[in-house]
Design a binder for this molecule. Structure first.
Ligand code: ADE
Length: 232
């Protein structure tokens, strides 16, 4: 049976979805609150993971173990790594990788976790296609892109660091959780997609732009997730 785990790192990334769902059960685990119930006629578990890769990986494993979710969606905001991807636009993941993993000394490409057998974790095609088609319906004024998302335990607000991420990974946007959700979903054989709305350009203006745009950007991503649920 279909049960969708929905993860947002911060409260503002999940608050609209939580407010709209019918809550049947609340479970506390690892200092996170998992809300079980229905949203848009679909069984869901919605949770705020906390920020960063460790929180997100723990959260994903709990969704698999305790709730036996069938699919995982990560909703939230990100910094753009492409000039044409503007604040408010949406990026849906084709794949995700850890930009802060470096085992090149052993011959692995930058970003590859040793002995995993893959550089990046591929998103589910059905979830990705749904995210793109639903975005065009729900947010017709916003551009939606499909591409690689990179994650690390750093807020990127430096033009030089941004340029190195673009050169090394050809990524569309950067955030702090997606790759570890993807990684944990991959290990558990659970289909996933990451959906991120752009809150800043991950450069020297990010510190100013992020607080100004995070709320509206998070709302775009959440509206899209709600819309796609019954179609999964
Ligand atoms: N989330 C939103 N913007 C970000 C940035 N610039 N770096 C990392 N995570 C982000």
């Amino acid at each position: 049976m279909k049960k969708i785990g929905i993860i947002g790192a911060m409260e503002l990334e999940v608050e609209a979805l939580k407010a709209k769902m019918t809550i049947e059960n609340t479970v506390q685990k690892a200092s996170m609150e998992f809300l079980e119930g229905t949203l848009n006629q679909t069984e869901v578990v919605i949770v705020r993971s906390g920020i960063g890769k460790v929180n997100a990986a723990l959260c994903t494993q709990i969704l698999c173990d305790l709730f036996q979710v069938s699919h995982i969606i990560n909703t939230g905001v990100a910094g753009s790594l492409k000039a044409e991807i503007n604040i408010g636009d949406i990026v849906a993941s084709t794949d995700a990788l850890h930009h802060d993993v470096d085992a090149r000394v052993f011959g692995y490409p930058l970003g590859e976790v040793p002995q995993m057998g893959c550089l990046s974790f591929a998103a589910d095609d059905h979830l990705l296609n749904l995210a793109v088609s639903c975005c065009k319906e729900v947010n017709p004024d916003i551009s939606v892109y499909q591409g690689r998302i990179v994650s690390g335990d750093q807020f990127i607000s430096d033009k030089k660091v941004k340029e190195s991420l673009i050169e090394n990974f050809q990524a569309f946007c950067v955030e702090m959780e997606g790759a570890s959700i993807a990684h944990a979903a991959y290990l558990n054989h659970i289909p996933f997609v990451i959906i991120r709305a752009i809150s800043d350009k991950a450069d020297d203006s990010a510190e100013m732009d992020y607080p100004a745009f995070e709320k509206a950007a998070a709302a775009h991503s959440a509206a899209l997730v709600e819309h796609m649920l019954p179609l999964i």
